[in-house]
Structure formats: C-alpha cells, structure tokens
Design a binder for this molecule. Structure first.
Ligand code: SF4
Ligand code: SF4
Length: 80
C-alpha cells in the first residue's frame, strides 16, 4: 500500500466547519480550531502533516471544495 507522505491546505474562507473531513480522515489528523471565527464557525485545520498519506479522502468528502491535497514527491494538487 502506497503510504506517500502528503499535506493538505484548508481554505478558511470556504470551510463551514461541517467536520466531514475529520470523520473521513483515516489518520485522524484533522481538527477544528478552538476559537470560532466571525461567522461563528470553528474551521478545520491539520496540525499533523507528518502523518498525512495524501489519500485524498478529505478532499473528496468536503462539500465546499475547501481542501487541497499535495503529495510531497510531486506537489500534485488533487483539486486541479
Ligand atoms: S469538510 Fe470541508 S467544509 Fe467541512 S469542516 Fe472539513 S474543510 Fe471545512
Ligand atoms: S489526505 Fe488523507 S491522510 Fe491526509 S489529511 Fe486528508 S484524509 Fe487525512
């Protein structure tokens, strides 16, 4: 099984805090921030990029296209 290391970027303006990405991530590395933003939303973020496998599940499930996934070897963006 390919365990290529990856990283994600979450667009804070697009994230609506639905937490689907948190549910979908097999590595359980996506969290929500403690403080709500001015919309009253606790947006998602990923504090543990070192454990990201670039599987793309978070990207696929996000209903707001807020997540970009990168493979470290190729810098390929799954959202393109
Ligand atoms: S699935 Fe998308 S909109 Fe929902 S919390 Fe994650 S990044 Fe935000
Ligand atoms: S690409 Fe996969 S491992 Fe990385 S944060 Fe998204 S769901 Fe988790």
């Amino acid at each position: 099984m390919n365990k290529a290391k990856g990283k994600i970027e979450i667009d804070p303006a697009r994230c609506k805090g639905c937490r689907l990405c948190i549910w979908a991530c097999p590595q359980q590395i996506i969290k929500t921030v403690d403080e709500a933003d001015r919309r009253g939303i606790q947006i998602a973020y990923c504090p543990e990029d070192a454990l990201c496998t670039a599987c793309g599940f978070c990207y696929m499930i996000c209903p707001d296209a807020a997540i970009a996934v990168y493979k470290k070897e190729t810098a390929k963006d799954f959202s393109e």
